[in-house]
Design a protein around this ligand. Structure first.
Ligand SMILES: Nc1ncnc2c1ncn2[C@@H]1O[C@H](COP(=O)(O)OP(=O)(O)OP(=O)(O)O)[C@@H](O)[C@H]1O
Ligand SMILES: [Mg+2]
Length: 373
């Protein structure tokens, strides 16, 4: 069990690359914590700094309050699981799981119960005699987890451990990891570039971009109150629709519709340009919801429809102005309703579900917070 603190950690490489700008993060004891962001944003670097494989350029790493910055990975007793978990092909499952214990000099009698316990936890009991080539991808992944567990680490650090698996297996392993975390209660830090994985697994998620933490919050808060345009665009699929808006005459003017300002947004100055974020579910088919004020309704031509079973997504364009001739948007609609490609649909915007960002900085405008005391 471990609480991991990064105190103003940064990482510069000799060639001038700044992989991590000064970063402060605290991962609480027992937490399932996610580092998410696009390729090259510094996720693996941060994880490697935690485990001790990479030395930070500046800053301190603490585990349960104790500085470990200069310590060897072995002295930190954290287990790392990589994407290429590299099982030893000539060893059986049991030997693979036992390997870290053998390296630590334990004898057979000490090893056996611990290997058995790890194998049981991951439902590998019947596979102990097999070699990796005789296992499925998911089973190999479980062996890698068992091998990490057997040392009874204070934390698991997982670097994209599921990205080699096919989609169905990934969902299944995600579920198994979540269950394993509940049973063990051990701190887990999990790196992924996949926002769905981050949303479904994380208790808290740090979103990274170009070596800087953008926001650290629960998946729900990241979705409902993204701190800036980057987080807004990164979390959620299909991605949030972004449109230019301006406050004029007390209403928010969008390219296709005018909206009453949310109560607090009345504090925005007249003429202020904003970027308006609308999740696909912020649109309502008007036929379903006739009481919507008519001025919020607009007609859109359907360009493409995606049916995903429980959800349908309608892609449409609205005319823009200035640099943007068109804006491509996506709305979620109930699949029961017929939607025809090329035909118009009437949509309304649910004004309670809009996000406002500063048009220049991209920072969220928490308009309620700008009220002067
Ligand atoms: N040894 C190195 N020398 C110079 N630059 C490096 C070195 N190792 C990593 N980098 C750079 O540091 C940045 C962060 O790399 P890192 O591996 O942490 O990214 P990541 O978020 O894990 O990406 P991915 O999702 O592709 O694994 C990248 O720009 C990378 O090119
Ligand atoms: Mg990486």
């Amino acid at each position: 069990m471990a609480r991991i603190e990064l105190d103003d950690i940064s990482k510069h490489y000799p060639d001038g690359t700044v992989a991590v700008h000064p970063t402060r993060l605290t991962i609480e004891d027992g937490e399932f914590f996610i580092l998410v962001g696009p390729s090259g944003c510094g996720k693996s670097t941060l994880l490697n700094i935690m485990v001790g494989l990479t030395a930070p350029t500046a800053g301190e790493v603490r585990v349960d309050g104790r500085a470990v910055t200069g310590l060897d990975p072995r002295a930190r007793n954290m287990a790392m699981v990589f994407q290429n978990y590299a099982l030893y092909p000539h060893m059986t499952v049991a030997e693979n799981i036992a390997f870290p214990l053998r390296m630590a000099g334990l004898d057979k009698r000490e090893m056996e119960p611990r290997v058995a316990a790890a194998a049981k936890m991951l439902e590998l009991d019947d596979l102990l005699g097999r070699r990796p080539a005789e296992l499925s991808g998911g089973q190999r992944q479980r062996v890698a987890m068992a091998r990490a567990m057997v040392r009874e680490p204070v934390a698991f650090l997982l670097d994209e451990p599921l990205s080699n698996l096919d989609a169905r297996l990934r969902v299944q392993m995600r579920d198994e990891l979540a269950r394993l975390h509940r049973r063990l209660g051990t701190t887990m830090v999990y790196v992924t570039h996949d926002q769905t994985e981050a949303m479904t697994l994380g208790q808290r998620v740090a979103v990274l971009r170009e070596g800087r933490v953008q926001q650290v919050d629960s998946p729900r808060t990241l979705y409902e109150a993204p701190a800036n345009l980057f987080v807004a665009g990164f979390m959620g699929a299909p991605t949030m629709n972004l449109l230019p808006g301006v406050v004029r005459g007390g209403v928010l003017v969008l390219p296709m519709v005018e909206l009453p300002l949310p109560a607090a947004a009345g504090l925005l100055e007249e003429g202020r340009p904003v970027t308006v974020g609308l999740r696909p579910e912020a649109f309502v088919r008007v036929a379903e919801d006739e009481h919507v004020a008519r001025e919020r309704v607009f007609e859109a031509r359907v360009e493409r429809v995606e049916w995903l079973g429980a959800d349908g997504f309608v892609h449409f364009e609205v005319a823009g102005s200035g640099d943007h001739a068109h804006h491509r948007l996506v709305a979620r609609v109930a699949p029961a309703l017929a939607v025809t490609v090329g035909a118009p649909v009437c949509l309304a915007v649910d004004a309670d579900h809009l996000h406002l960002f500063d048009a220049h900085s991209g920072q969220r405008l928490d308009v309620t917070a700008t009220r002067s005391p």
